[in-house]
Design a protein around this ligand. Structure first.
Ligand code: MG
Length: 384
């Protein structure tokens, strides 16, 4: 029987690569959701014929509706629409690949409807990891990681006991500015930061990757997904992105997952787990690489990583505050409003100025996120 999937964020980097996989395998699309790219979304609707579509930004709703008036598809909008898709039980699995905190409510909607989630939206776990994992456990609904490092760890955990994990080795490419001094980083622009050496990704994650915040977010993501203590996670810079992460067990045996750096492998693994099917990516040739290198990250220069680690050590809403401030700082950097090093300054200032509280429900998370955003807006980065 065909597996039926819904994709949140279908026009983004992960979404479009997931649709490439859908084309190659026996999968059926039930629903698609995108933020604002109605041209591509319309094309996808015509090709994959979903029953349900969400255009998140309400201003594009009427245009999409009229463009698709010849198709029998229900069109919804906003957070309500996104959650309607996420919680629609006609899908066997939901791929959540939206960018940012807006992914939290749909993730919770899928879990509460009993639908497994293939999760590519790391901010969901950074901001509300305790809520998501608690719901997943209570409902018995799996959250399967799509992020390449977490997919690697997930694969290395198969057949082993959680109680026998000593630590995980979370690999980082180091991004385009590896080896740069603070002085050199003062000059870099968004254009420089968008040139990632190994991975082809969306803008937000590529900037996060250049500041090492991406690794900070992934550190927190790993803590929640695999129920670890922060002390059990070690970040290692591995420039070639061939070892996608590893797990060290009690006997000091280390199991790593390797492959060509291509997101199609982890996306496909999450969609078909536990099956491994042919995947349209280049096979890994270790002799082509010759050498693989490993180093400690420079925490003095790339301050976003230690800030993220500090946030998860503090716990409560602190990771959510850190994430909200980072989302706005990255957007300001992409618009040329602030310099590269100011991203960490803004995140740190938000963490110092906003008080951390416990998380009891989703509202606590949304309130902390809002406070972080208001704090950054109050810095008047957008004036003048
Ligand atoms: Mg990753």
């Amino acid at each position: 029987m065909k597996k039926i999937i819904s994709i949140l964020g279908s026009t983004g980097s992960i979404g479009t690569q997931a649709l490439d996989i859908v084309e190659k395998h026996d999968l059926k699309i039930h629903a698609l959701a995108a933020k604002k790219n109605i041209t591509l979304l319309e094309k996808q609707v015509r090709q994959f014929k979903p029953e349900l579509v969400c255009i998140f930004d309400k201003e594009y709703y009427s245009e999409l509706k009229s463009n698709l008036s010849d198709m029998s598809v229900k069109i919804v909008t906003g957070m309500e629409g996104l959650c309607e898709i996420a919680g629609d039980r006609k899908a066997d699995i939901v791929l959540n690949s939206v960018v940012g905190m807006i992914g939290l409510q749909p993730t919770l909607a899928s879990i509460s409807a009993g639908i497994p989630v293939a999760l590519a939206n790391k901010e969901t776990l950074v901001a509300g990891g305790s809520l998501v994992m608690k719901a997943s456990k209570e409902k018995g609904v799996p959250v399967i990681p799509v992020d390449s490092e977490h997919s690697a760890i997930f694969q290395c955990l198969q057949g082993n006991k959680h109680s026998q994990i000593s630590k995980i080795l979370l690999t980082a490419s180091g991004g385009p500015f590896y080896g740069y001094t603070k002085k050199q980083l003062e000059q870099v622009t968004a254009k420089d930061a968008l040139k990632h050496p190994n991975w082809d990704m969306g803008n937000k994650v590529t900037i996060d990757s250049s500041t090492l915040m991406n690794k900070g977010l992934e550190f927190i993501e790993a803590k929640w997904l695999f129920d670890l203590q922060p002390e059990q996670i070690e970040v290692i810079v591995h420039r070639q992105s061939v070892v996608h992460s590893a797990v060290e067990y009690a006997d000091n045996s280390v199991i790593a997952q390797m492959g060509t750096p291509d997101m199609k492998i982890p996306i496909q693994y999450a969609l078909f787990y536990p099956d491994r099917l042919p995947c349209p990516v280049k096979p890994l040739s270790l002799t082509e690489y010759g050498n693989l290198t490993f180093a400690k990250p420079d925490l003095e220069v790339f301050r976003c990583l230690p800030l993220a680690i500090r946030a998860i050590q503090e716990g409560g809403t602190m990771p959510c505050i850190m994430n909200g401030a980072n989302e706005l700082a990255v957007s300001a950097f992409l618009q040329g409003k602030i310099g590269f090093l100011e991203i960490a300054d803004i995140v740190e200032a938000a963490m110092q100025n906003i008080s951390c509280t416990d998380i009891k429900d989703c509202d606590d998370v949304l309130r902390a996120d809002e406070k972080a955003r208001q704090f950054v807006m109050g810095l008047n980065l957008y004036s003048g």
